[in-house]
Every structure is written in structure tokens, then in C-alpha cells.
Ligand binder design. Structure first.
Ligand SMILES: C[S@@+](CC[C@H](N)C(=O)[O-])C[C@H]1O[C@@H](n2cnc3c(N)ncnc32)[C@H](O)[C@@H]1O
Length: 182
């Protein structure tokens, strides 16, 4: 009987939010860091940057941004991945992983770079979410694997064994999603 209660607790605390994150954003899958490092080199991510990861997974993007000196904040809805990410960023003072649904939070106004790796069916919702944020028009947006359909990219980073990494600026995202979301 006790085992049943413990099992039910584990299921509801760990597995239900993890499954929910998979439905509303994306299930966990690793981001190939070679493409991310190439983009971070090109964008020159450093101490001046506030980097946000929407769906931080194992925390590798946040850790990489922090290593370069950026203040980095990831949001993660799966308690399992949140714990993994907390371990991944141990000792990195400028790295933070917040627990929760990023759709329900407002991004820091001084965000300079937003990264995400989410399912293609949610890209329009993500675009509308970004367009509503009080972030600067010059804020850069990186989407791993899936582009915003019909939105002009600033660059596409391609590396062997990596999915493409699409770079946008906020003014273009805002222009496109402000006019289509009314
Ligand atoms: C494809 S994975 C990205 C993995 C991450 N970039 C990495 O390399 O580990 C998507 C992640 O987003 C999380 N996620 C999906 N929707 C979310 C939401 N609305 N709020 C917070 N996290 C979300 C999932 O739990 C999953 O860990």
C-alpha cells in the first residue's frame, strides 16, 4: 500500500509536469552544442549579455553562456530536467535555472539573447509570446532545429551532425507576429 502511495506521488510530482512540458513545448531532446558554440562565437556572447533559454533541458546552453561571462537564466517545467540542469550549472555563479512554465513568465527587460528548441507546431505561439515581451527590438533570437515560417532570418548556423540554428532579431519577430496575431 505504501509503495502505491509513493509511486503515485512520484508519478504526479515528476512525471505529470514532464509529460505536460512535452505537450505544450517539447519533450526533452539534447541540443547539439557545436552549432550553439558557433552562433555564440559569431554573436560574441560575453559579460554584456543576458541570455535566456526557454525550456532549459539539461542546462547546457545556460552553462555555455555563463562560461562566456553572460548572465544566463533558463526556465524548465520538467522537475527531472530541472534537477539535471541544477547539477549541470553547479559552481557557475551567473547561471540560473528557474522552475516553471515560461509561457507564464515575463522575460527580463534587458534580455539580449533568447534561445529555444521547441516543437514546430508551437512556433507561432512562441512568436506571439515573444512579441508581447518588453524586450528590446535588438534582442537576438535563436531557434534550434525549427524556423519561424515566413520570417526573415539574420543567419542560419549549420554544423555537421547538428540541426540548423536559426537567428532572428526581435524587431522582425515583433513585426511579423504583431501583425498576424490581431
Ligand atoms: C527539446 S528540449 C530542449 C533541451 C535543451 N535545450 C537541452 O539541450 O537540454 C525542450 C525542453 O523544454 C522544456 N519545456 C517545454 N515546454 C516548456 C515550458 N512551457 N516551460 C518550461 N519548459 C518547457 C521540456 O521539458 C524540455 O526539457
Amino acid at each position: 500500500m505504501d509503495y502505491l502511495i509513493v509511486g503515485a506521488l512520484i508519478f504526479s510530482v515528476f512525471l505529470i509536469p514532464t509529460a505536460y512540458a512535452g505537450v505544450i513545448g517539447a519533450p526533452w531532446a539534447p541540443t547539439r552544442m557545436k552549432a550553439v558554440k558557433k552562433a555564440f562565437d559569431d554573436i560574441e556572447v560575453d559579460q554584456k549579455d543576458i541570455v535566456v533559454d526557454l525550456g532549459a533541458g539539461n542546462g547546457s546552453i545556460i552553462a555555455e553562456a555563463a562560461v562566456r561571462g553572460a548572465y544566463a537564466i533558463g526556465y524548465e517545467l520538467s522537475p527531472i530536467m530541472w534537477i539535471v540542469a541544477q547539477i549541470r550549472i553547479l559552481g557557475k555563479k551567473t547561471a540560473h535555472i528557474m522552475y516553471g512554465n515560461f509561457f507564464r513568465i515575463s522575460l527580463p527587460k534587458n534580455t539580449t539573447l533568447v534561445f529555444f528548441f521547441l516543437m514546430p507546431k508551437h512556433m507561432d505561439q512562441v512568436g506571439k509570446y515573444l512579441a508581447k515581451q518588453s524586450i528590446n527590438d535588438k534582442t537576438l533570437i535563436l531557434s534550434y532545429a525549427f524556423p519561424f515560417k515566413g520570417v526573415q532570418t539574420l543567419n542560419v548556423y549549420r554544423e555537421k551532425k547538428c540541426a540548423p540554428l536559426y537567428l532572428y532579431d526581435m524587431s522582425t519577430i515583433r513585426f511579423y507576429f504583431d501583425t498576424t496575431s490581431t
